[in-house]
Write a protein that binds this ligand. Structure first.
Ligand code: AMP
Ligand code: MG
Length: 423
């Protein structure tokens, strides 16, 4: 083999239609999965239209970044199919017509009783030094070649043609040229602080991981009021890397403590569910501004009937009084969005249904209804139980109505989790 171990890949999806508003590039997702399974990182992806100069530029850049470049699309028979030509130009090679491929194309047409249009001969053009990849589903063959220590692969765009051809490339071309390393990942779920604050708190660990063996690389991302910390390591020694990632997760837990929901990527709902089940706690939820979202999320988990006993949506003041026994005077004195009312709601659902734990949420999801003292996004959350444990706090979220509902529900579930863990 004249090529060193492949580690860094770039995928280029070619096709002007992919730059429009109604089609997406799905080929790169399939290819990324296959490459990751072989321990190769995809370091960049590009989508480029059917213009020779644009594609040539993007491809040239890719050669500067990656040692494996996979292009899909633009191998059709028409003038706007420029992939072969642009790639050949950039690597300084010429194209020649492959006689066997022309015969094969003619035969395909003949089988359907048709004469082959001359334009289809373009599909038989092969970059000098490239090997062909046969296409069982369509007319355009793929091709691949080595160039300056890199591997370049051209595959057709239609996903059902591309997929089996990529599988062939992965197995026959890429797998024998990997470093024998696998990428292993571990995902931690965090909650309770901002992404940037977590990132700052974790800096000392990042430095330690960067200097360790295997090197552990972190990626931090925020979604719906939760933060995901992904750790990955490339390795030949699977056990050793798994141990290193487990130790890294423990390092994170030592610093962030209760802010770590799970070290294994499990969602808040199911971590909380296990906690309730293992402590044999029966829960009632009283919701106002979240309109049942908290109960809905809790019951997304199979088997949640073990611990979710009921959920009540008490949206109006009257409902809070009638269904949860919240005194009218309390609402009048503090307002429906207040710690006092949240506590009364949590107490009410717990007491009236004879449960171990009550959880309550009341707030202003907006866009109307805010005041200076209690702007849109003000949400009161209370937990009563287990036993004498209790929690109540007023939060202030920002964003659209649906984001405030999501943040409020995530925070409510998390407050319950923390209250049980501290009880
Ligand atoms: P082409 O190989 O350029 O003739 O591609 C023909 C068709 O394949 C396009 O019209 C798309 O419908 C589909 N296609 C091309 N590239 C992609 C891609 N990256 N992801 C999903 N579909 C694609
Ligand atoms: Mg195209």
């Amino acid at each position: 083999l004249t090529v060193g171990a492949l580690r860094r890949a770039e995928i280029i999806a070619v096709g002007s239609e992919l730059l429009g508003a109604d089609r997406t590039d799905t080929n790169s997702l399939v290819i990324t999965q296959g490459l990751n399974d072989l321990g190769i990182d995809v370091v960049a992806k590009a989508i480029v239209g059917d213009r020779f100069d644009d594609l040539a530029g993007v491809f040239r850049d890719a050669l500067g970044r990656a040692d494996l470049v996979i292009l899909t699309g633009g191998l059709g028979p028409t003038d706007d199919d420029v992939t072969r030509d642009a790639v050949a130009r950039v690597v300084g090679r010429t194209l020649h017509e492959d006689a066997a491929t022309v015969d094969g194309l003619r035969q395909r047409f003949a089988n359907r009783g048709l004469a082959m249009p001359e334009s289809n001969r373009r599909q038989a053009l092969v970059i000098d030094g490239a090997a062909l990849v046969s296409n069982g589903q369509g007319t355009a063959p793929g091709q691949w070649f080595e160039w300056d220590g890199r591997v370049v692969v051209l595959l057709p765009g239609p996903p059902r043609e591309m997929r089996p051809m990529f599988e062939y490339i992965a197995r026959e071309v890429v797998a024998p040229r990997t470093a024998g390393e696998q990428v292993i990942r571990r995902s931690l779920r965090l909650v309770g602080k901002s992404e940037s604050l977590f990132d700052e708190m974790l800096q000392p660990l990042y430095r330690k991981w960067a200097a360790g063996r295997p090197v552990i690389e972190p990626t931090i991302l925020a979604a719906s009021g939760m933060i995901e910390l992904q750790l990955h390591a490339s390795t030949r020694e699977l056990r050793e890397a798994e141990d290193a990632l487990a130790a890294a997760a423990e390092d994170v837990a030592a610093i962030l403590e209760l802010d770590v929901i799970s070290q294994s990527g499990r969602p808040l709902e199911s971590v909380l569910g296990d906690l309730l089940r293992s402590r044999r706690l029966r829960l009632g939820v009283a919701e106002s501004c979240t309109g049942g979202l908290v109960t809905s999320r809790l019951t997304d988990v199979p088997g949640s009937s073990d611990y979710v006993e009921r959920g009540v949506v008490a949206y109006s003041n009257r409902a809070k009084t009638e269904l949860l026994g919240v005194p009218e005077e309390l609402i009048a004195a503090h307002g429906a969005v207040s710690e006092a009312v949240a506590v009364a709601m949590a107490e009410g659902i717990r007491r009236m249904s004879g449960l171990d734990v009550g959880l309550a949420v009341t707030g202003i999801a907006g866009p109307g209804g805010g005041t200076e003292a209690k702007p849109v996004g003000t949400v009161a959350i209370a937990v009563e139980g287990p036993d004498r444990a209790r929690f109540a706090r007023l939060f202030r979220f920002t964003g659209s109505r649906d984001m405030i509902k999501i943040f409020a529900s995530t925070t409510a579930l998390d407050c319950l989790r923390r209250t049980i863990l501290r009880a």
